[in-house]
Design a protein around this ligand. Structure first.
Ligand code: CA
Length: 228
């Protein structure tokens, strides 16, 4: 899942980024309202954490412009200004949640999971594809009762495939959702990661769960694995 953090306080931005990366999110940051808005308009994010007091344009304006551009990405407003008025304005302008500073990271993470669930068709915290289960809270993948060790990137890619199981996903779609925006589209990195995931999730004598679709991309199939 890709998260955009628009926050000008360097320490806060760095702390949120590191903590979210430990939770296996792909995180990009912007320290200015204009830059944040541009990133949000031109890229896909699953959620945006938006500070209110920002250089350039403030968080309210960023939010207004986002919604005016028909971008419905869930937004959590982060702010030191915890007045009721601010809270109401933010929510009325289309924010999905509001978190006053200082906040605990655990609370931020839980609220983020909640808004991601709301915007997804998956309402549970566990994603399942045949005998593979992904726990989106603990970030653990389990197959046939055994935990599979995944790196952050492998987890992010597998989670995206599982959320879109049985759909053919082009390399560029995968890139937009799982890699950072400055990613080189000509690189074969997606293929490299798919190979690594396959080596971990496919059992011996099983058909690959992730199917290559020639000339297009990949599809995670939710079918009973049969012996090859
Ligand atoms: Ca600020």
């Amino acid at each position: 899942m890709r998260i955009l953090v628009i926050e000008d306080e360097k320490k806060v931005a760095k702390f949120i980024k590191q903590a979210l990366e430990e939770e296996r999110y792909i995180v990009e940051t912007a320290a200015d309202g204009h830059i944040g808005l541009e990133l949000a308009v031109n890229n896909h994010f699953d959620a945006i954490l938006l500070d209110i007091m920002l250089p350039g344009i403030d968080g309210f304006e960023v939010l207004q412009k986002l919604r005016a551009s028909n971008i419905a990405t869930p937004v959590i407003m982060l702010t030191a200004r915890n007045t009721m008025e601010d809270k109401i304005s933010g929510l009325d302008m289309g924010a999905d949640d509001y978190l006053p500073k200082p906040f605990s990271f655990d609370e931020l993470a839980a609220r983020l999971r909640a808004i991601l669930r709301r915007s997804s068709t998956e309402k549970t915290t566990k994603l399942q594809c045949h005998d593979l289960v992904l726990d989106t809270v603990s970030h653990i993948a389990i197959k046939k009762g055994k935990e599979i060790e995944l790196t952050t990137k492998e987890y992010a890619l597998l989670e995206y495939l599982m959320r879109n199981k049985n759909r053919i996903l082009s390399r560029s779609t995968i890139t937009q959702h799982v890699w950072k925006h400055n990613f080189d589209p000509d690189s074969n990195i997606i293929d490299v990661y798919i190979k690594r995931i396959r080596s971990k999730v496919d059992g011996e004598n099983e058909k690959p769960m992730i199917q290559s679709v020639r000339g297009v991309g990949y599809r995670l199939r939710d079918v009973v694995n049969t012996t090859v």
